[in-house]
Design a binder for this molecule. Sequence first.
Ligand code: TRP
Ligand code: SF4
Length: 343
Amino acid sequence: MNQPKKKIVLSGMRPTGALHLGNYVGALRNWIKLQETHHCFYTIVPWHALSSEYENPKVIREYTLEVALDWLSSGLDPEKSVLFIQSEVKEHAELHLLLSMITPLPWLERVPTFKEQQQELQDKELNTYGFLGYPLLQTADIIIYKAEVVPVGEDQAFHVELAREIVRRFNRFYGNVFPEPQILLTEVPKLAGTDGRKMSKSYGNAIYLKDSPETIKEKILPMVTDTRRKRRSDPGEPEDCPVFTLHKAFVSERKREELAAGCRTASIGCLECKKVVIDALIEEFAGFREKRSYYQKHPEIVWEIFAAGNQKAREVAQKTMEEVRSALGLVFPGPQKTSGKNR
Ligand code: TRP
Ligand code: SF4
């Protein structure tokens, strides 16, 4: 029987260094599942990192490797998905340029992340052309593969909405080249970091996928719990406990309910409760750590895997760009410098 054609998925991550548990439950874990049912493109996006790190671009390469190591070790599989580096597929830049011609400035200026990020990162000059165009570059990333589904968290919803609007405008001007990408909203469980605030690299409170069992213990054991539990005999409320956000993401429901009941009746202590989630994390990432230490010793293998992914992505992107150029009538006699065979 004919299988229904797999839908095309694309998602991306900025290379900001090793991934933490928040990145894992908010994106990666979902992406790994989607590999079984969709035709997935996953990309690390150095050009997006550059839009805010332009003063210190040298870190981006190292951070790209860190993300690549985490991807391959956690189960993103180059046999199932196209794993690639955005800036190695130059066609994204060409499409971004062409899209910039049809994009009214107010569409970009009203993207909430534009003003928000400028506010948040006050020490950086982000009133730049590149930073304003960030979501348009993201649009190019998505539509150059004719992606139909974009799995992202709520914070990226507006960017995908912009991509849809750009697609409608492009298709209206030049004919139907691109499908409108659908957002696949990822439920992002709120994970607390070691200080009880939202887990984030910039707060310095993150637990990393690559952390050793000892580090995981050292980070979780001293964490604050529900403040009602001053003594072992004081009952607590798991919903008010930062540690329990980790249970919600990594401990089975059955076990979790047992612990929650024990917390509310003070029949278990926080130490015991923490040990359960520590063990769950150590167990969930056992295979990961093994793979990561292998790849870490052989970065050339990692780059090779990505080079193959870059090539696969490039072929698709080049085909789309041929369609785009011809839809605009921008095809001229003579060899096409960026067409597959001449590259
Ligand atoms: N802007 C996204 C983020 O910060 C990263 C990204 C770049 C992306 N290109 C993309 C996400 C394309 C989805 C699709 O997380
Ligand atoms: Fe948190 Fe568990 Fe302690 Fe309850 S028992 S406060 S859920 S660590």
